[in-house]
Design a protein around this ligand. Structure first.
Ligand SMILES: Cc1cc2nc3c(=O)[nH]c(=O)nc-3n(C[C@H](O)[C@H](O)[C@H](O)COP(=O)(O)OP(=O)(O)OC[C@H]3O[C@@H](n4cnc5c(N)ncnc54)[C@H](O)[C@@H]3O)c2cc1C
Length: 419
């Protein structure tokens, strides 16, 4: 596979762009692999890439029931950040930001990582205290949380209504300057291409329908394209975790599936050049390079595996959007869509060996798995290759729920719909 470079761009421009090769092979399943990764989303593809790149394990298959990018990796609102409170989370997500910073170079694929900053608005003194505490915790871990006054916010994000007559007056905001956005589907394509170059088989339209066993040991998978044996089987299917793990007889995971919706407006001139979150509700917004405002809110309240949302949430998000940015009230909405979220019972992910011998599980990403894609793939690959967690994912094993050592970042707890 040719290297992408300024020279190859130029050469192809002069030959009518007919020289480009597909970014990855259309691999067919082989009878056996060292590692089978179930799920060709961001996390599955990143895992396969780091298995090959960091651990030299190249007999790897990624099995995807649809096409790459059809799941949440192609449905999210692209925010990348590490503005957490608890040290375990800050370390994990900061590791991810550091991998993001070099990702386009490492993958030889432009994932359009843009460190435009993420600004969390506060609307009451109590909320300001909460965010200042979070910023202090971030700085304590070597991170970059900065408290901004309303006047500083007016300069940093001029579209925000900071007037005292605003429906929810802004008292300040926590800014993470190194946070930002990346192009979501480019992340899937970049990892897929880089993994393929290292020999990983990426097999689309291949649904896992069951697990093969040698006694207690998971020994492979049954798929819509036949049985495939694997010394190790890694599951990274995000919102489908409950359904896929049920095929292995596991029905008591601390996960619920809920739909999260997102929206994009018609394109407008540059309006806001950072990501802004509205502290008086569940709303966040950024502007894409094409000019559309990309925004989302909270979960739909019921459990579901359907990739579509409901209207009450649309109404709620629109009312929050116009409260925060009155100037957008007459903008037209272009598209909305939904994705199925794997909500864990403490709001933090699970990256673990088990729960069955020969199996490894990556799930529980809630609203925030896109930003974790590099660190998730990196630490999951480590766990699979070495049969022990990397220090950054050691706190995130499944056993934390048995031991009562939960990592509750956002008061999500066992009722995700209350969050
Ligand atoms: C609307 C929305 C907005 C979001 N915004 C953000 C954000 O701004 N920032 C952020 O960090 N996170 C965000 N997220 C969360 C983030 O997108 C997810 O946490 C993350 O993408 C999940 O990991 P993944 O990419 O591997 O999932 P997916 O892309 O969903 O990958 C899982 C794959 O498994 C496949 N699969 C399922 N069952 C099977 C089977 N039986 N056999 C084979 N394959 C199977 C699916 O087809 C799917 O492709 C958002 C999510 C949504 C829906």
């Amino acid at each position: 596979m040719a290297e992408y470079s300024a020279l190859s761009l130029l050469k192809n421009a002069f030959s009518g762009n007919r020289g480009w090769k597909p970014a990855w092979r259309k691999a067919s399943p082989k009878p056996a692999y060292d590692v089978i990764v179930v799920g060709g989303g961001g996390h599955g593809l990143a895992t396969a890439y780091y298995l090959a790149a960091e651990h030299g394990i190249r007999k790897v298959a990624v099995l995807e029931k649809g096409w790459l990018g059809s799941g949440n990796i192609g449905r999210n609102t692209t925010i990348v950040r590490s503005n957490y409170l608890l040290p375990e989370s800050i370390r994990f997500y900061d590791h991810s930001v550091r991998l993001w910073e070099n990702l386009s170079h490492e993958l030889n694929y432009n994932v359009m990582f843009s460190q435009r900053g993420v600004l969390n608005l506060a609307h009451s003194p109590a909320q300001a205290d909460d965010y200042i505490r979070r910023g202090n915790a971030m700085r304590h871990e070597g991170g970059d949380g900065v408290w901004l006054s309303p006047a500083q916010i007016a300069r940093y994000a001029p579209g925000v209504d900071i007037s005292p007559s605003a429906r929810f007056p802004v008292v300040g905001g926590l800014l993470q300057p190194r946070a930002g956005t990346a192009r979501h589907d480019a992340v899937a394509w970049g990892y897929a291409r880089a993994a393929d170059r290292l020999g990983v088989d990426i097999i689309e339209n291949c649904e896992v329908t069951g697990f093969l066993r040698d006694g207690d040991q998971i020994a492979g998978v049954s798929t819509s394209r036949g049985d495939i044996r694997g010394k190790k089987v890694a599951v990274a299917v995000a919102g489908s975790t409950g359904r896929v793990m049920k095929l292995a007889g596991i029905e008591n995971l601390p996960i619920e599936s809920h739909v999260l919706q997102a929206f994009v407006s018609e394109s407008i001139k540059p309006f806001v050049d950072c990501v802004v979150t509205f502290g008086a509700g569940h709303l966040y917004m950024s502007q894409s390079d094409k000019g559309g405002l990309v925004f989302g809110g909270s979960l739909d309240l019921y459990n579901s595996y359907a990739q579509r949302g409901n209207l009450p949430l649309v109404e709620e998000v629109m009312s929050e959007m116009t409260a925060m940015f009155p100037a957008v009230a007459r903008l037209r909405l272009l598209r909305s869509w939904g994705g199925v979220m794997d909500m864990s019972m403490d709001g933090s992910p699970i990256i673990t060996k088990g729960p069955l011998p020969g199996m490894y599980l990556n799930c529980g990403w809630c609203y925030g798995g896109f930003k974790a894609t590099p660190a998730s793939g990196y630490s999951f690959a480590w766990t699979i290759a070495k049969d022990e967690p990397h220090p950054i994912n050691a706190p995130f094993t499944l056993s934390r729920f048995e031991r009562g050592v939960i990592i509750d970042e956002k008061g999500q707890g066992p009722t995700p719909k209350l969050h």
